[in-house]
Design a binder for this molecule. Structure first.
Ligand code: ZN
Length: 195
């Protein structure tokens, strides 16, 4: 059986080469050098970030230092609410004096301009010059009046009602004002800071 013998001899001859090749490949994998790009891991350390001293940091006060308001006052003056009719402390007041803004002390109305309208709120047919600004109300119908200096809500103004010769009614919430009797010194006005 010369063919069989020749195949066995060929295997005997080839086997050492097969072993050598496999060892070489295996060895190559094992001997793979460490990549030169691999860098040594740096130990992690807690980085100390300088902390700002919040206790001594003062926030710049950009708001004017108006008179502090009670929640009831703020509801009308800042949130444009309306006092219930007939409950305001100045509705029927007739004393001579000046009505000033409760938030910033700006003089708004003289008592000579006050008249009885029976509407339930203090009524004036004129304001102190330059003290009151008018804006169209959010409802688009009424005219809102605000303090010219601080923008605090005062009430609404109506015209053409024929209450007085001036034909104007400033319908003002008592809680938006403070009354200073005649002869008493007016407190200084707290100026709104300009931008
Ligand atoms: Zn004001």
């Amino acid at each position: 059986m010369p063919g069989v013998t020749r195949r066995i001899n060929r295997l005997r001859f080839a086997t050492p080469y097969l072993i050598l090749i496999s060892v070489c490949c295996f060895g190559c994998e094992e001997a793979q050098p460490t990549s030169p790009l691999q860098v040594e891991a740096t130990p992690t350390e807690a980085v100390s970030v300088p902390q700002t001293d919040v206790k001594n940091t003062t926030k710049p006060n950009v708001m004017p230092k108006f008179n502090p308001l009670t929640p009831e006052e703020a509801l009308v003056i800042l949130d444009k609410g309306t006092e219930r009719p007939g409950v305001g402390e100045y509705t029927t007041k007739k004393d001579p004096g000046t009505y000033i803004c409760r938030q910033c002390n700006a003089p708004l109305y003289h008592s000579e301009s006050k008249f009885e309208s029976h509407c339930g709120w203090p009524s004036f047919d004129d304001k102190i010059a330059g003290a009151v600004d008018r804006h169209t109300d959010a409802d688009g119908r009424r005219i809102e009046i605000v303090c010219h200096n601080c923008g605090g809500h005062l009430g609404h103004v109506f015209e053409g009602e024929q209450f007085t010769p001036k034909n104007t009614r400033h319908c003002v919430n008592s809680i938006s004002m403070r009354f200073v009797p005649q002869g008493e010194e007016l407190p200084p006005m707290i100026q709104a800071e300009s931008d």
